[in-house]
Every structure is written in structure tokens, then in C-alpha cells.
Design a protein around this ligand. Structure first.
Ligand SMILES: [Zn+2]
Length: 77
């Protein structure tokens, strides 16, 4: 079995992440192994209102829930 970060998305596709201290900021990464195993992209869709990247630890990044990701999925096709 290929290990994934979230079960709701296919292996290797981009999934959205947020910072648990800054829940309005978004990163994305491939759905492979664990957060940090592949490159993290900050604000991939260049939302002006998101502001600069925070300096929290990578361990503070968490994946969006399936419901949250669904609500934002037009941004992450
Ligand atoms: Zn943060």
C-alpha cells in the first residue's frame, strides 16, 4: 500500500494544508507519506489576502478535513 497523508484524496495529488495557529493560511503538498515528505507550496493560488507565510514549525501544519477541502476544492484542482 502506498502511504498517504489523507484518505479522501488519491495518492500523489495535491492536497491543501493549513497551520493550526494560522488557520486562514494555505499550503499544498502531494498526498504522499507525511507532511514534509514532499515540497510544500505556500499560497499556491496567490490569494492576496493571505499575507506572508508564518514562521511556525512544519509540525504545526495539518491537512484540511475532507469537508474543508471540498469547500475549497475549486482552488486545488
Ligand atoms: Zn502559523
Amino acid at each position: 500500500m502506498d502511504e498517504k497523508i489523507v484518505d479522501y484524496a488519491d495518492y500523489g495529488v495535491h492536497i491543501p494544508l493549513k497551520c493550526k495557529n494560522h488557520p486562514d493560511k494555505r499550503w499544498s503538498t502531494k498526498n504522499i507519506l507525511y507532511i514534509g515528505a514532499r515540497t510544500l507550496f505556500y499560497n499556491l493560488h496567490r490569494h492576496k489576502e493571505m499575507g506572508p507565510e508564518c514562521d511556525c514549525s512544519i509540525s504545526d501544519l495539518i491537512s484540511l478535513t475532507a469537508k474543508e477541502a471540498k469547500a475549497e476544492e475549486q482552488d486545488y484542482e
